[in-house]
Design a protein around this ligand. Structure first.
Ligand code: ZN
Length: 293
């Protein structure tokens, strides 16, 4: 029988209700709609550098087409500075559309960031049309995993807890291969001087990988550059939410998913203090879950 997965929650700081739209001022050219074809040809050949490429370039209003030219803070510089890379393009835009941008343009607020989900897309598109489609909503853990995966996840956490109880409540970390549903290595707090069980589990996983390489085994689905990441495709289980140092080791090893049972208050890398698993400034992201009972 399928066990309840309701107490597995995904740890995320992704917004769940629409955020306020952060706007930026853009310079918009107002061109008669009869120039539509000419504008489309120009835009196809256009090499304007624009940070707002997720916005639709042209918006129709009555008899006119409003065309984003650039961010407002660059407009005057582009017009005045003949050496600016976009200066020539603006000149030819004016000639081909027979539009004087100094008299036939205006400033308008436009969204400055990508919408993360459909509700934001709908609201923000009212400010200026957006061409970007946000990804579909993230499935709940219950929708994300199949019956066999759910059983494996719950059983693995149970095994961590059993070992922990056996060792007077010590923190236990396990690295598992979800494809083979196999435990690869184990870490315990206190086995290294620095008391970071993820490090211990990684050291032991590294030994396993080295041994399997020596015996000529190849990891499923791994090729070329991917092979250099120790834990790509693997899950990590831990009783305690890993600390920031362990969290960075998890990130660098390219784990796919992390599961833990108890938040770590001030020291936690995921829900308690930082959110390093979904920090866009870092070069890897992964999913993190808390199994609450
Ligand atoms: Zn640690």
């Amino acid at each position: 029988m399928e066990e309840s997965f309701e107490h597995v929650i995904r740890i995320t700081r992704e917004p769940t209700s629409p955020r306020d739209c952060i706007i930026i001022q853009a310079r918009i050219a107002k061109v008669h709609k009869s120039k539509g074809k000419c504008i489309m040809n120009m835009l196809n050949a256009y090499s304007f550098q624009m940070n707002l490429s997720f916005l639709k370039r042209v918006s129709r209003q009555d008899e006119h087409l409003n065309v984003i030219i650039c961010e407002e803070n660059e407009f005057q510089t582009i017009i005045d500075d003949e050496t600016h890379p976009n200066h020539g393009l603006i000149q030819s835009f004016q000639q081909q559309t027979e539009t004087d941008l100094l008299s036939n343009s205006f400033i308008q607020s436009v969204p400055s960031q990508l919408p993360k989900f459909r509700q934001e897309l709908e609201l923000w598109s009212k400010i200026w049309p957006i061409s970007y489609t946000p990804p579909p909503p993230t499935p709940t853990p219950s929708e994300e995993f199949n019956v066999s995966q759910k059983k494996f996840i719950l059983d693995t956490m149970k095994e961590c807890k059993r070992l922990s109880a056996q060792e007077q409540g010590a923190n236990i970390v396990m690295i598992v291969d979800p494809l083979q549903q196999k435990i690869l290595s184990l870490g315990r707090i206190g086995t290294l001087i620095c008391d970071h069980p993820v490090m211990e589990a990684l050291r032991s996983a590294a030994l396993t990988v080295i041994q399997s390489k020596q015996s000529g085994e190849k990891r499923k689905g791994m090729e070329g550059e991917e092979e250099q990441y120790l834990c790509k495709g693997f899950y990590l289980f831990s009783i305690q939410e890993p600390c920031i140092m362990c969290g960075m080791a998890i990130l660098h090893s390219r784990f796919d998913k992390v599961f833990y049972s108890t938040p770590s208050c001030e020291r936690g890398a995921f829900e308690s203090r930082y959110s390093i698993h979904e920090d866009g400034r870092l070069n890897h992201s992964f999913q993190v879950y808390r199994i609450t009972s």
